[in-house]
Design a protein around this ligand. Structure first.
Ligand code: FMN
Length: 200
């Protein structure tokens, strides 16, 4: 089967996100200029560099009470900071619930019932029980072609690790089952892992 993206796919649903699977889910927390805390999952997310540590995520579309992107983007552009918590299978319902279409004056931590903690290096909340959290400072927002498509680039300034996830000096993913997004309505978690030595 072959199609060009200009002509379009022949399916009922776009296979794009199923093709780029699995994707880690970043639980992104921010604080608005008015002091309203915000939390939303993003799977268009990854590390971009090690030194200094940097990451990216993409925000697509906007919402009725914003003109540029969603609450997450608006808050980051207003404050220059954000936190990213890793997600786990045990938190899957809360992760999904926090993606609901909440108005910008609604705190998703409170609305969904997610425990909140305060970042140490930035003025921003984060998911208290998450396996790991990055405290991040905005590098830049890149406006992408199309309507309301943005890439957010940031620096990782501090890292929180949950104590029970540290085993024998490693941050051990097998302790918490990382949650991942596939295509359509599908999710997955990391269960089995294996080691493979690098070629010389
Ligand atoms: C698992 C999952 C992954 C998502 N990934 C993204 C994403 O990468 N980018 C995006 O713009 N929206 C993504 N969404 C949708 C946002 O979470 C949703 O639009 C949310 O309401 C945005 O909240 P905000 O307005 O508080 O920023 C995702 C939703 C779910 C459930």
């Amino acid at each position: 089967m072959f199609y060009t993206t200009a002509d379009g796919h022949p399916f009922e649903h776009n296979p794009l996100t199923a093709i780029v699977s699995p994707r880690p889910i970043a639980w992104i927390s921010t604080r608005s200029a008015d002091g309203v805390d915000n939390l939303a999952p993003h799977s268009l997310y990854n590390l971009t560099a090690y030194a200094p540590p940097q990451l990216m995520f993409s925000s697509t579309m906007t919402k009725p009470d914003q003109t540029r992107g969603k609450d997450t983007l608006a808050n980051i552009e207003a404050t220059g900071v954000f936190a990213i918590s890793t997600t786990e299978y045990a938190a899957r319902e809360a992760v999904n619930a926090s993606s609901g279409g909440f108005a910008k004056d609604v705190d998703e931590f409170a609305a969904v019932g997610i425990a909140k903690a305060e970042c140490r290096t930035i003025d921003c909340p984060f998911v208290a029980d998450a396996p790991a959290t990055f405290e991040c400072r905005l590098d830049r927002v890149i406006d992408l072609p199309g309507q309301q498509n943005y890439v957010v680039l940031g620096f990782i300034e501090a890292v929180h690790l949950r104590d029970d996830c540290i085993v024998d000096g490693r941050f051990e993913v097998k302790t918490y089952k990382p949650l991942a997004r596939l295509g359509y309505l599908d999710f997955a978690f990391v269960g089995d892992t294996f080691e493979m030595p690098r070629p010389g």
